[in-house]
Design a protein around this ligand. Structure first.
Ligand code: CMC
Length: 427
């Protein structure tokens, strides 16, 4: 907070002072709350210039390609930390001590099983249901199973709900996949770590043993970690908005999953792979780049551009390195990778993309890794949801732990003015 002020005069009159607040880093914000008393609202479609809350969790400097969680750069976390440690960091704002980490890993492990009754929910879906449709439903349904932890004013309830969500998400995600391919559900194993367990529940079956490849488990863990939080993105803002009404955390995260599903957000990783398949050959890249630049064509290059990053997405850099490691380990020579690499090169040299600062984002390379691991395209956004869960729940917790208002934007109304109702026979 500071003594700085902005002065706003409406048509040169009735000047009002608007306080300016400073964060620890990043742009100052102008508190426009006093505008309402002047009978005016701000207008900012897409919240391009609006800070909707104060937060200590994540900082992004989009111009310089910087992403920090509680101050720690994402590349350092990706190299030296792991997903569950990052979950702790997002929730508590500090790295865990050795003992804290050990007990957190244990508590997560011992909450990975789901109530057996939950399996009935899956059976209600068509086999060809999109796993994101299933995930929205089953995560929301968790609120029907944990009445013992739904008091959002109780810190302990909030914390056990967070643990349940983080722990059960891989089990639910793997079940959605198993259901779609008609294989039996696989229960979690407490001797495996978080990511190994996910791969085990996805790919093992009762007929033969399954060994988790440590290189793939490490890559998967990195994918989860790189998605863990991204400050006030569309799905996190959805979770906050739903949570601001006092809704329970399972319902709020389900709302976040729904918001994530769209191709402009988490659905982009699936869309990238579909796009690379559609391009099909390096020789057709120019045609697709031309379409992306054509104002009359709605086509966009999926995996490019970001609302906040106007420089390389730092997550994409780590993702690219991880893709190389996975493809090397598996000895995969994926023609889609050649298309992706050439597309990236062409786009980075193209005036249109340079001028609009459209760089590859986190979703550009994640699909290549997931495909190499054997994850079907329809599961890509589910994996994003799994990774983003600690971010969603940390933001929800941060908001609920402090005084907050119900989220309730205003509007610029451009519909008809008041008029009298006309009975049907006179219309
Ligand atoms: N391909 C071609 N043109 C693009 C693209 C793209 N991928 N992205 C933006 N543009 C153009 C857009 O047409 C517009 O041009 P103009 O100024 O001439 O009208 C300009 O760049 C600005 O675009 P915008 O839509 O106003 O920007 P935004 O900040 O509202 O949208 C975005 C950001 C991510 C939705 C958009 O870049 C996009 O649709 N990208 C493709 C989808 C994608 O990869 N999404 C994943 C985002 S990262 C993961 C996540 O956080 O969810």
């Amino acid at each position: 907070m500071s003594d700085k002020k902005a002065t706003l005069a409406i048509e040169g009159e009735n000047a009002i002072d608007l306080p300016i607040y400073s964060g620890t880093i990043g742009p100052d914000v102008v508190d426009v709350g006093a505008l309402t008393s002047q009978g005016m609202f701000t207008y900012d479609p897409g919240f391009v210039s609006t800070a909707a809350c104060e937060s200590k969790i994540t900082y992004i400097d989009g111009g310089n390609g910087i992403l920090l969680h509680a101050g720690y750069p994402i590349d350092q976390l990706a190299e030296q930390s792991d997903f569950l440690e990052t979950c702790w960091l997002l929730w508590y704002g500090e790295l865990p001590t050795k003992d804290e980490k050990e007990s957190f890993l244990k508590v997560i492990t011992y909450h990975t099983m789901i109530h057996d009754q939950m399996t009935s929910f899956f059976k209600g879906f068509r086999r060809d249901a999109h796993p994101m449709a299933i995930l929205c439903g089953v995560v929301g349904a968790l609120s029907a199973f944990y009445h013992d932890s739904l008091d959002i004013t109780n810190e302990k309830h909030r914390s056990i709900s967070a643990i349940r969500l983080i722990a059960k998400m891989p089990t639910l995600a793997a079940m959605a996949y198993k259901y779609s391919i008609g294989e039996p559900f696989v229960y979690p194993r407490n001797d495996l770590d978080y990511t190994e367990n996910f791969l085990y529940m996805m790919f093992s079956n009762p007929c033969e043993p399954y060994e988790v490849n440590p290189v793939l488990a490490k890559a998967m863990d990195k994918i989860f970690l790189l998605h863990a939080d991204h400050e006030q993105n569309a799905s996190t803002s959805t979770v906050r908005l739903a949570g601001s009404t006092g809704a329970n955390p399972f319902a709020c995260i389900s709302a976040g999953i729904a918001a994530l599903w769209g191709p402009s957000h988490g659905g982009a990783n699936e869309a990238v792979l579909n796009m690379l398949n559609e391009i099909g050959d390096v020789s057709r890249i120019d045609e697709f780049v031309a379409r992306a630049k054509d104002k009359n064509d709605p086509f966009r290059l999926m995996g490019f551009g970001h609302r906040v990053y106007k420089n390389f997405d730092p997550r994409a850099k780590v993702m690219k390195k991880t893709a190389d490691a996975v493809l090397k380990e598996l000895g995969v020579d994926d023609p889609l990778l050649a298309i992706a690499q050439r597309l990236e090169q062409i786009a980075l040299e193209d005036e249109y993309f340079i001028e609009k600062k459209l760089y590859p984002n986190v979703d550009f390379y994640s699909g290549i890794i997931l495909k190499a691991i054997g994850i079907p395209t329809s599961m890509f956004t589910v994996i994003f949801a799994l990774g983003r869960t600690p971010g969603w729940i940390a933001h929800w917790h941060e908001m609920i732990s402090h005084s907050h208002k119900i989220g309730r934007p205003r509007q610029l109304y451009t519909g008809p003015v008041q008029r009298d109702f006309v009975p049907v026979e006179k219309r």
